[in-house]
Design a protein around this ligand. Sequence first.
Ligand SMILES: Nc1ncnc2c1ncn2[C@@H]1O[C@H](COP(=O)(O)OP(=O)(O)OP(=O)(O)O)[C@@H](O)[C@H]1O
Length: 312
Amino acid sequence: MESPAVEVVDLVKRYGPTTAVAGLSFSAARGAVTALLGPNGAGKTSTVETCEGFRRADSGRVRVLGLDPVADAAALKPRVGVMPQSGGVPTGARAGEWLRLVAAFHARPVPPDLLLERLGLVSAAATPFRRLSGGQQQRLSLAAAVVGRPELVFLDEPTAGLDPQARRATWDLIAELRRSGVGVVLTTHHMDEAEHLADHVVIIDHGRVVAQGGVAELTDSRQELVFTWAGPLDTAALAAALPPGASVERRGEGAAAEYAVAGESPAGVGPEVVAAVSTWCAANGVLPEGLRVRRRGLEDVFLELTGRDLRD
Ligand SMILES: Nc1ncnc2c1ncn2[C@@H]1O[C@H](COP(=O)(O)OP(=O)(O)OP(=O)(O)O)[C@@H](O)[C@H]1O
């Protein structure tokens, strides 16, 4: 059987006393988009850089297209595209010249001008890397990762700091790579990015995988009823008015307070819960704004698994 695009088993990566990756395992299929999703400092970059052969694992096994990323680096180079978080382009290099140079190392490159156009970089082609805006630097780095028509690309936070247009152009390009059979492994802490692009999501926290699966698999198990209300609301009294087993949670404070009602069964809320909430609100002078039943999104699952505390 053909090996997966990426296979990581029990990876450990330490920096002095810091254990950045603490026994992490996942695999990424060929021709699919795999998102490594995690809060700051979760170990995503360390994991990806180990797969790229830039860092050595302290222990564990990493295979990329069936090969060892350090020992087989030369064989992997023409087959794997890399977009590092730092850009990876010499600061004095002009955008267009750099892309043409990278293209020249490959047998069948995508025409560089086409990529410059696709990524909105035509007007910046003669500009040195250090003078490009942050978003232009990101896009050039993405272009350099894909210009060689790789079988697999690693994209470390490909849309960090991009404006909505550039973000959308990047998403479109990633979707197109996937359609043409390229495997993509990307890191992100944007749920919507993972939700929009990924076939497989690997949620990482504290250097370990805390959950993984398709977006639907991770999210569609439960529904909840949500509404907002800026005034005071006695959650215990509301909970007491609900069918047995249903519960209420307040998320946020003041004008931003959102109330989430979980149903009595694992399947989520039924019509009787909606009726009970509406009746209680009417009796207590509460206008439940934006009242709706929704599936729990990836963000809800993510926060539940990784907590709500801010990370450094
Ligand atoms: N070269 C290094 N030397 C020392 N510590 C490091 C080094 N690189 C990363 N770390 C630490 O390892 C941990 C994991 O970092 P890593 O960059 O892999 O996480 P991340 O999930 O990519 O985070 P972010 O989203 O913030 O980039 C963090 O605590 C970080 O401070």
